[in-house]
Ligand binder design. Structure first.
Ligand code: N01
Length: 512
């Protein structure tokens, strides 16, 4: 994807800061708050959207809600006793993130509508040169917090650009389009689609759901909180922390089956099959939506409305594979043509091939995407990548989860990066760059753990894997192990230069 400088607004912010954070979703915002808590002032958050929230700001499709309980899916330093239900909807989560930003006084550090176009390491100045839609910046350290689910992935289907009806991606929902009474197609049956389909199936005249791989579904234990519960969360010390701990522990037990003993996942398969039998009456449809791989290999989804929605008479599940999209229809590989007025593309995100990787150029002159292409997408503790000095990543390689709260992982990484910045100051380091040996050892151990997991052995193709066949997306262990690993910045794993070292080298180069 090529990006253009469209809006060179001159802003009165400083053009050089010590630290630039890119992105202000849960990760970037949490980092900004921590920097303020550390007493730092010399930083800036560059955010391409016009508000905080990241993926929760962008995904406004009907039915959007979290599939991790809210008491866990929130910052540990900003618990919210007012969650209205166990699994909150998008609007409530976005309002929570916004409120946390306001309460922690970091909005003044944000530059919104600022699209980062390129970041290039400058070895002479030992700084990052950053070009944005609002002009150029330099920084001694960068924290990339752009997230994995930010760049919608559009399917490469013949003719899709020639479709003449309404068409949009699930993460860019067009609320001006009225779907009521229309013939609608949805492509994809992932976490987004299974929320969209029940939300629109009762309104549209007809819905064609194009499924490539059937997802596994489990019950969604969602309910509104009663007033006495909310009062207890608010006023009785420890109740909310206890509830959070119980949710955390229950979710963590899934790691045993997912990462260590996939045979245990049969328990979940039994629950899911029973659900399928009870909720899809039509045997033809039931056969179509029965998965043919081990549960957990792709993200397990939770919904009580999806199966009843596809069981409706006005919903057809199409599994023949799309051959072509025409001006007003979709043609499947068996030659059937189905006319539609609107097309919703719920095909996920560029995770292992994010366009953002093309815009970051490291010490060797290679972009992140070129390096990943050659050696695979690997990092160190999800937070640093070799050849990219003074750059830290939140939600970098192998920190993803399918079963519990990403906010927990994000906070672990924030601890690590905050300690890294403190170490840089304390030791007067000019550059820190993770050593190739540390990366090699770390990834060898990580992929060793991954080898037994259901993600590698469950018989599915998923976006967790990169083009080399490695799972570069998920963390293959208990999340408390990751918390332990990231408690302190382990400077010994990094090649460093001090101010004096690099100045001396620069002088030597200049003298040659
Ligand atoms: O995307 P996905 P998503 N032709 O990549 C299909 C988070 N999330 O937006 O399985 C036809 O999961 C693809 O088929 P297949 C969560 O982390 C969280 O739904 O690859 N079909 C799949 O069915 C989640 O994991 C929440 O065979 C094509 C679907 O499109 C992540 O976001 C809610 C296709 C894509 O599914 C992404 O979820 C929503 C093609 N060319 C999202 N290309 C909650 O917390 C792709 N597909 C609730």
């Amino acid at each position: 994807m090529s990006r253009k400088v469209t809006d060179k607004v001159v802003d009165n912010r400083p053009r050089h800061v010590q630290t630039i954070i890119v992105g202000s979703g849960f990760a970037g915002l949490g980092m900004a708050i921590r920097l303020r808590q550390q007493g730092r002032e010399d930083f800036l958050v560059l955010e391409r959207g016009s508000d905080v929230g990241g993926t929760w700001r962008d995904n406004t499709y009907p039915g959007a809600a979290c599939d991790v309980p809210s008491h866990l899916y929130s910052y540990s330093f900003a618990l919210n006793p007012d969650w209205s239900r166990s699994f909150s909807k998008q609007g409530e989560i976005q309002a929570y993130i916004r409120k946390v930003a306001e309460q922690n006084n970091v909005l003044d550090k944000h530059l919104f509508d600022c699209d980062v176009l390129s970041m290039r390491w400058n070895a002479e100045t030992a700084r990052w040169d950053i070009t944005t839609s609002k002009g150029d910046f330099t920084a001694e350290t960068v924290v990339s917090a752009v997230g994995a689910l930010c760049e919608p992935s559009l399917p490469d289907i013949k003719g899709i650009n020639d479709f003449e009806g309404e068409i949009f991606h699930s993460a860019r929902w067009d609320h001006d389009v009225e779907l009521a009474g229309k013939r609608v197609a949805v492509i994809g049956t992932g976490a987004s689609a299974i929320q969209i389909v029940p939300a629109i199936a009762g309104k549209v005249a007809h819905l064609d759901l194009y499924q490539r791989t059937a997802p596994w579904l489990l019950p969604r234990m969602d309910r509104p909180y009663f007033l006495p519960e909310r009062l207890a969360f608010k006023y009785i010390p420890g109740v909310q922390r206890l509830s959070r701990a119980a949710i955390y522990a229950a979710r963590e037990t899934q790691v045993v089956g997912l990462a260590k003993y996939p045979a245990l996942m049969k328990i979940f398969e039994t629950i899911s099959r029973a659900k399928l039998l009870a909720e899809v009456r039509d045997p033809v449809k039931r056969a179509k939506v029965t998965p043919n791989y081990r549960i957990g290999c792709k993200r397990m989804l939770i919904s009580n409305e999806y199966y009843p929605a596809i069981d409706r008479d006005n919903v057809e599940v199409v599994t023949d594979g799309i051959a072509e999209v025409k001006a007003g229809s979709i043609v499947t590989k068996d030659g059937t043509e189905r006319e539609i007025d609107a097309l919703i593309v719920a095909t996920g995100f560029h995770v292992t091939d994010s366009p953002a990787f093309e815009t970051i150029t490291g010490r060797t002159g290679q972009t992140l995407s070129e390096q990943f292409d050659e050696v695979g997408q690997r990092g160190y503790k999800g937070s640093a990548i070799e050849n990219f000095p003074n750059m830290f990543f939140l939600l970098g390689p192998n920190v993803g989860l399918g079963h519990t709260s990403m906010v927990y992982m994000i906070e672990s990484q924030i601890n690590y990066v905050a300690d890294a910045l403190a170490t840089i100051d304390k030791k007067k380091l000019k550059t820190v760059e993770v050593s190739p040996e540390a990366v090699r050892v770390y990834n060898a151990e990580l992929q060793d753990k991954m080898a037994d997991s259901v993600w590698m052995n469950g018989g599915c193709a998923s976006w967790y894997l990169d083009k080399h066949g490695n799972n570069t997306t998920l963390w293959p262990d208990f999340t408390f192990q990751f918390r332990r690993l990231t408690k302190n910045f382990d400077v010994a794993a990094y090649n460093t230069t001090t101010t004096t070292d690099s100045d001396t080298k620069l002088k030597a180069v200049a003298a040659q």
